[in-house]
Design a protein around this ligand. Structure first.
Ligand code: NAD
Ligand code: DAU
Length: 353
């Protein structure tokens, strides 16, 4: 079996669904259930068997060690993190605590368990750390996309905390020999993404006739990947990746934020037309994110050439599935958009001009 951390969040939920469907190997999900974690995402799996949720913190060494002893996993996949750049600007402490201190603590618990395994289990064990392209900093329009050799230059507290965690994962391999793998992925989109992030936020605001806030001039570029392709890349790296290596994962799909918002509005116009007119009439340019990275772009040649992974979805197929999912799961959005999220929306958007 494997242990997944942070599996009640966006990518972790998709990963567990994908894993159980493709591999059928049991999963224990260790999740603290912060505002971003929703146990109901995977509720139906607990009844079907092969899945268990344990509520707890990756930084709780007694709990993590007990779980490792009890379940004897062949791998740990670490998704657990504070993940929203804007929140990291208002409150970096939680990012340092979970992404840096929590990851180190998890590495310690896992190393101790790994060190006591029998030779065969020790050789087969893997710790896979899920990270982000934001560790590499920002690109200009004419720069080449990030390769794995690109120097770290994180610009937000979130990115700095992830870069730090990546460095600790690397150190645990070099110093203690822990068999680690790291993936650095671009922007994901798809089902179960918390409505604080651009695409689900735009869908929800549009359906409610609220302004669609675009930071700055909307020309910032991200490289968008459908979430199931990211999950497939992680499973591929876990299965075939070389110990100690880093793999960049991306969609070869660079788009400006304005292009993203227009694409989402166009699909909503088609699927849920509004009598008042096209949804992009609601676009409002608001004051920029402080330190807003201009462009991210991933060079995903290494994972293609070495592990034969390429994305299966195009942006057109992936964004259509995403909009359909949100239209069919408005209850889910309502459920996760309770008090915490409302308070966040006021804090982040009310002061923006
Ligand atoms: P998310 O915010 O949706 O989910 C994070 C999950 O981690 C939540 O379920 C939360 O409850 C849990 N968690 C937080 N702190 C914890 C702790 N101390 N102990 C245990 N669980 C804890 O995030 P996401 O978008 O699913 O991202 C998952 C991972 O992938 C993160 O490490 C993120 O940095 C990385 N990543 C995300 C993207 C993206 O576009 N969303 C892209 C590349 C990499
Ligand atoms: O690149 C990978 C990263 O992608 C992950 O590591 C992060 O966990 C994930 O949150 C995401 O970070 P971004 O900051 O790129 O995602 P977000 O959806 O917050 O914003 C996408 C772009 O849209 C970004 O340029 C900021 C802009 N934006 C965002 C929001 C929420 C707006 O213009 N308006 C908004 O209201």
């Amino acid at each position: 079996m494997i242990i997944v951390t942070g599996g009640a969040g966006f990518i972790g939920t998709n990963f567990i669904l994908h894993w159980l469907e493709q591999q059928g190997e049991s999963v224990v999900n260790l999740d603290k259930l912060t505002y971003a974690g929703n146990p109901d995402n995977l509720h139906q799996l607990a009844e079907a068997g092969g899945y268990e949720l344990v509520v707890g913190d990756i930084g709780d060494q007694a709990l993590v060690s007990a779980l490792l002893q009890k379940y004897q996993p062949r791998a740990v996949v670490n998704f657990a993190a504070e993940s929203h750049v804007d929140r990291s600007i208002y409150g970096p402490d939680a990012f340092v605590q979970t992404n840096v201190v929590g990851t180190c603590s998890l590495l310690q618990s896992v190393s101790q368990y790994w060190g006591e395994l029998a030779e065969k289990e020790k050789a087969d064990f893997r710790f896979l750390h899920v990270s982000t392209d934001e560790v590499y900093g920002s690109l200009s329009m004419d720069s080449a996309p990030f390769t794995e050799a690109h120097p770290f230059a994180p610009n937000s507290p979130y990115a700095a905390s992830k870069a730090s965690s990546d460095n600790f994962v690397r150190a645990w391999h070099h110093t203690y020999g822990l068999p680690v793998l790291t993936t650095n992925c671009s922007n994901n989109y798809g089902p179960y993404q918390f409505p604080e992030k651009l695409i689900p936020l735009i869908i929800q605001n549009a359906l409610q006739g609220l302004p669609l806030p675009i930071y700055g001039d909307g020309k910032n570029v991200r490289d968008w990947l459908y979430v199931s392709d990211h999950c497939d890349a992680i499973a591929t790296v876990l299965d075939q990746g070389s110990i100690g290596e880093v793999y960049n994962v991306g969609g070869w799909n660079e788009m400006t934020n304005l292009e993203i918002v227009d694409a989402v509005c166009g699909l909503l116009d088609e699927m849920r037309p509004d009598k008042k007119g096209p949804y992009n009439r609601l676009i409002e340019f608001v004051s920029d994110r402080p330190g807003h990275d201009f462009r991210y772009a991933i060079d995903a040649h290494k994972i293609k050439d070495q592990l034969n992974w390429v994305p299966k979805e195009t942006f057109e197929t992936g964004i259509r599935k995403t909009v359909v999912w949100y239209l069919e799961n408005m209850k889910w959005v309502e459920q996760v958009s309770g008090g915490e999220h409302e308070a966040w929306v006021s804090k982040n958007y009310e002061g923006r001009k």
